[in-house]
Design a protein around this ligand. Structure first.
Ligand SMILES: [Zn+2]
Length: 360
């Protein structure tokens, strides 16, 4: 079926307290694995294109791979721009057929600030003060509103971001690049993460002023973590959710504890007001972004195949097991998010049926 908008899907997920997986795909095999997994789970799915993938594959390849997958699938597929940098990029993606956009005002503002000051690695104090400044809030409102007005004219929804969801690289100077993720991050890092949290009152005002359709909120997750050891601030989520009443988005989910059972198994005790992905679904999170975990699953299998078959010359024989491993991982995540069975449509699947047939 043709690509669909994320608007109605996220509103339904928000009402019914389940999450829609928003998976980052970087090549054809990943796109296929994610769409096939969604189809087997009968789940709606969001495929999102990151800034890195836009540079790697180019806008047309990235968009058309997902469009082709959607056309063949029987479940609803959304093509979403992840962390859009500015107005112009959002316009280009809208023209290219994206059915869901994002503007990340915090990242855009920090990039502009780096360019203006010539300081490529500003200190945490500088970042934190900028992110939480009135000036940053107003600029985020101004540009998000422009993008919302433009996108809504074409019935395309927009995700915005408030607070800053950091990257694990931001803390390498403190934890070291070889951090093994077997325990929670040091308290000093946790305090820095908390300083970047979204403010509930600002969130309410932001949503009213911009009319954005969903909101990514900094509430404890960190991009790029290799294991799920980070809890979310559930109380903060609850407050933002009741003030904004729109679907909230979790970024950096690979680093978040998935369930209390997982927390117990790894010996991590979430504190008071803290919780897991499972908890977050009850407090307004309706879209869950997954990237790092997918890349690790894919690349671990490629590595294993290369080690087991050092003489292999056929790239397809290396990639096929990686695609299969990824598909099974995505199915597990879809079940965790509760979206299995939520993507029934009247369309007939054509996935895997498009091989060239010899005419009779
Ligand atoms: Zn993100």
């Amino acid at each position: 079926m043709p690509l669909v908008s994320s608007k109605e899907l996220l509103l339904k997920a928000h009402r019914e307290h389940f999450g829609i997986g928003a998976f980052n795909a970087n090549n054809m095999e990943m796109v296929q694995a994610i769409i096939e997994a969604a189809e087997e789970e009968k789940a709606p799915v969001i495929l999102q294109v990151s800034q890195g993938t836009l540079k790697y594959a180019g806008l047309e390849f990235a968009a058309n791979l997902v469009k082709t997958g959607a056309e063949l699938a029987s479940v609803p597929v959304v093509l979403h721009l992840d962390h859009g940098t500015d107005f112009y990029q959002n316009v280009r993606c809208l023209r290219a057929g994206f059915t869901s956009l994002m503007y990340d005002g915090t990242e855009g503002m920090l990039d502009a600030c780096k360019k203006m000051s010539g300081d490529n690695k500003p200190s945490f104090e500088v970042i934190y003060k900028k992110v939480q400044s009135q000036e940053a809030f107003e600029e985020n409102v101004r540009i998000t509103k422009m993008i919302v007005d433009m996108a809504h004219a074409c019935d395309v929804p927009v995700e915005a971001e408030l607070g800053k969801i950091p990257r694990i690289d931001d803390f390498w100077e403190i934890i070291g690049k070889k951090f093994n993720y077997s325990a929670r991050l040091p308290e000093s890092v946790q305090k820095m993460v908390e300083k970047l949290f979204a403010d509930p009152k600002n969130a309410e005002e932001f949503v009213q002023l911009t009319g954005c359709d969903s909101l990514a909120v900094a509430c404890g997750s960190i991009h790029g973590m290799k294991a799920g050891t980070q809890p979310l601030n559930i109380r903060l989520l609850d407050e933002i959710s009741s003030r904004t009443n729109i679907p909230l988005v979790l970024h950096g989910s690979s680093g978040v504890i998935k369930t209390m059972k997982d927390a117990e198994a790894s010996g991590i005790r979430p504190g008071k007001n803290e919780g897991t992905i499972e908890d977050a679904l009850r407090y307004g999170i309706s879209k869950i972004n997954v990237s790092t975990e997918l890349q690790i699953t894919f690349i671990d299998m490629v590595r294993k195949e290369m080690e087991n078959n050092p003489g292999e010359k056929d790239v397809r024989k290396i990639f096929l097991p990686a695609k299969t491993a990824l598909k099974s991982r995505v199915r597990c995540l879809i079940r965790l998010f509760g979206s299995s069975g939520k993507g029934h449509t009247g369309f007939v699947s054509k996935l895997g049926k498009s091989e060239i047939m010899h005419p009779e």
